[in-house]
Design a protein around this ligand. Structure first.
Ligand SMILES: O=c1ccn([C@@H]2O[C@H](COP(=O)(O)OP(=O)(O)O[C@H]3OC[C@@H](O)[C@H](O)[C@H]3O)[C@@H](O)[C@H]2O)c(=O)[nH]1
Length: 364
């Protein structure tokens, strides 16, 4: 009976924790429309529309790069290539926008930001002109890989860059292929093979001059093509040979003796120019050719046989200066630091819409 005294009132209480499913809501419930109603109520929609309008104006009305950079192909102007090349079209710098061309090509570099350095391979970079170019490139913030076999180049010309993380030196002869793996970078190549008459005078070395200019240029063009780099050939005024026209303009084809004593250099550079233009026309490699005239300055070899070094050496030894021939020949001379401003700036000119032969020559 005791059990009768037990309170059993709870058995009659409603079961609060019994599961009772909520009624199904329609698919587009009130909670789903709540943000919309909020936006309408708070007039947020106006701000959203204003934002979209600003973005539209920014990305469509204002071009991301200057109009002249939006063209993919441009004819080569007649004034530079009066032969069959005038009818050809070719690629231009800003097609390589994934690489170094992207750096300054769009005109949208925020004010105050420094230019991103280029990655440049300079062959012959330990030589007279090459080392001055390397100095110039490093000083403006570029990264440089010098390739040199030290035939005429000297380690002392670039030693002051040792330890700089933006400088590398490779002992290599460009006559052999250079299998650098440079994926994801866009390098620029400068090729320096200058003719030092006092040095290259034996038969074996004269044939070597030709081979270096031709096979070396071919190898470097192949590398430039493989990695999608811009290529600068440093050519020479000697492609005009013994010119019949003064001053020489880019459209003048020269007067070269193919069997002359210095023809290995003249013809070697002429072939190098031919190869450069063939890689441009046939493979779309973007190229520059700079025809450099008589250059002097620090790091010249005193015995390289050129007129400035010869005269200086003879003056220092208090010997008479030797004037070859009738002495009526003329030259334009330039100081090396003036010269290297030109290739350095060539590499930066993204606005150039055609490959360009640039003849660097001081006024006579
Ligand atoms: O002792 C000398 C040396 C040279 N000369 C004359 O001086 C003139 C200049 O001769 P250089 O040997 O200095 O050089 P060049 O101007 O012919 O070529 C030079 O400049 C262009 C570069 O591409 C060449 O690599 C470089 O040799 C020539 O007419 C030469 O006959 C002399 O009268 N005396």
């Amino acid at each position: 009976m005791g059990s009768d005294l037990i309170y059993r009132g709870h058995e009659t209480q409603p079961q609060a924790d019994v599961y009772s499913p909520k009624p199904q809501k329609p698919w587009l419930s009130l909670s789903a429309t709540r943000p919309i109603r909020y936006m309408l109520r708070e007039q947020r929609l106006v701000f959203v529309l204003i934002g979209i309008a600003i973005a539209t104006v920014f990305f469509t009305v204002l071009p991301s790069s200057p109009a002249h950079l939006n063209h993919k192909y441009h004819p080569i102007p007649d004034s530079y290539f009066p032969s069959e090349s005038t009818h050809l079209t070719h690629r231009v710098a800003y097609e390589h926008l994934g690489g170094f061309g992207a750096m300054n090509s769009g005109g949208k570099v925020p004010l105050g930001l420094k230019r991103k350095g280029l990655r440049i391979v300079v062959t012959g970079g330990a030589g007279f002109v090459g080392s001055h170019l390397v100095d110039r490139l490093i000083s403006r913030g570029d990264s440089v890989i010098v390739v040199d076999n030290f035939f005429t180049g000297r380690k002392e010309n670039v030693m002051h860059h040792f330890g700089n993380p933006r400088f590398e030196l490779i002992r290599h002869d460009v006559v052999e292929p250079l299998l650098l793996e440079l994926c994801s970078f866009r390098f620029v190549f400068s090729v320096f093979f200058f003719f030092l008459w006092g040095f290259w005078k034996s038969l074996i070395l004269l044939t070597r001059v030709y081979k270096t200019n031709v096979v070396g240029t071919l190898n470097m063009l192949g590398l430039a093509k493989r990695i999608g780099a811009r290529f600068l050939l440093t050519s020479t005024s000697e492609v005009y040979g013994d010119p019949l026209q003064h001053p020489q303009v880019e459209t003048y084809w020269g007067n070269v003796n193919p069997i002359g004593v210095r023809s290995c250099y003249d013809e070697g550079k002429r072939t190098a120019e031919t190869l450069t233009m063939d890689y441009h026309r046939g493979a779309g490699v973007e190229v520059r050719i700079a025809r450099i005239f008589n250059t002097y300055g620090p790091r010249m070899c005193i015995d390289d046989g050129r007129v400035v070094s010869n005269f200086v050496a003879q003056a220092l030894r208090k010997e008479p200066m030797t004037v070859y021939g009738d002495g009526k020949q003329t030259r334009s001379f330039q100081y090396v630091s003036d010269l290297v401003e030109i290739p350095a700036s060539i590499l930066l000119i993204y606005q150039l819409t055609y490959s360009h032969v640039i003849r660097r020559k001081a006024p006579p």
